[in-house]
Design a protein. Structure first.
Length: 258
């Protein structure tokens, strides 16, 4: 693993109506590392993701990504910097085809100008052809090419989850943020997802940050874990260290974290 930090977060804070959702949050993730952020419901995990991706603006602190502070940037700008995410609740364009869902994400990297799109220049058509080819390539990798013309809403839940991950990858990120990707999955689907996450990291040379409640998934794929409780980090370490940490066991109120 490369020791160069891709992202460093320091003293991050966010409150809503006097409630401290995130307090003195300090975090780092190295290039090509796979890190998990875990904790009880309401601990502030998704708030952290929303702060990183610009959905919320922090009250205090900084988020340094590739030596640049992301605080104050809009979500679409942060995406152009190389950060992509999925959501706890699937957010596909349900009335569009699988292929169009992926092509929309790939348009972040369009090889033609706005004027080219307006006047339908040869460069525009070449660019659109390249985008479709790239989108089909991603679908092929994830065994979804045969579903390219189906409406996203008509696919089974597990395949919709995969499409959302494919769509995030189509933005060509450096950091992929996955918000509870195993939510609603059965054990077989979760096992397949675990293998998929490992594959994505290796195939695309990505750094991955993961929120997940399924401890078999977290302990199976993550190299390092942060544990969040009431908006504060209470533990950091390897899966083995976290599994044995008394503070973690207490935060989960006796739940099995192994």
């Amino acid at each position: 693993m490369d020791d160069i930090n891709l992202m460093e977060i320091s003293k991050l804070e966010k409150s809503f109506g006097g409630l401290n959702a995130v307090q003195d949050f300090n975090f780092h993730i190295a290039e090509n590392e796979l890190v998990g952020l875990i904790g009880p419901n309401g601990a502030g995990k998704t708030t952290v993701f929303n702060l990183i991706t610009g959905v919320y603006k922090p009250d205090n602190g900084c988020i340094i990504f590739r030596d640049e502070n992301l605080v104050g940037m809009a979500p679409h700008t942060i995406c152009t910097k190389g950060i992509a995410r999925t959501f706890q609740n699937i957010r596909l364009f349900n009335d569009l085809s699988v292929l169009d869902n992926v092509k929309i994400a790939a348009h972040k990297n369009v090889p033609y100008s706005l004027m080219g799109a307006v006047f339908r220049t040869p460069g525009f058509f070449r660019g659109e052809s390249e985008i479709e080819k790239e989108a089909l390539h991603y679908l092929e990798i994830f065994n979804l090419r045969n579903k390219k013309d189906e409406l996203a809403r008509n696919l089974p839940y597990g395949e919709q989850r995969r499409i959302e991950i494919v769509r995030a990858l189509a933005t060509r990120p450096l950091l992929l943020i996955l918000d509870e990707p195993a939510a609603g999955m059965n054990p077989q689907e979760t096992q397949a997802l675990m293998e998929l996450i490992r594959y994505i990291r290796q195939e695309f040379n990505l750094t991955i940050l993961l929120i997940e409640h399924d401890m078999s998934l977290v302990m199976g794929v993550c190299e390092r874990l942060y544990v969040l409780d009431y908006g504060q980090i209470i533990a950091e370490g390897t899966p083995a260290e976290i599994r044995a940490d008394k503070r973690v066991i207490e935060a989960y109120l006796g739940e099995d974290v192994g």
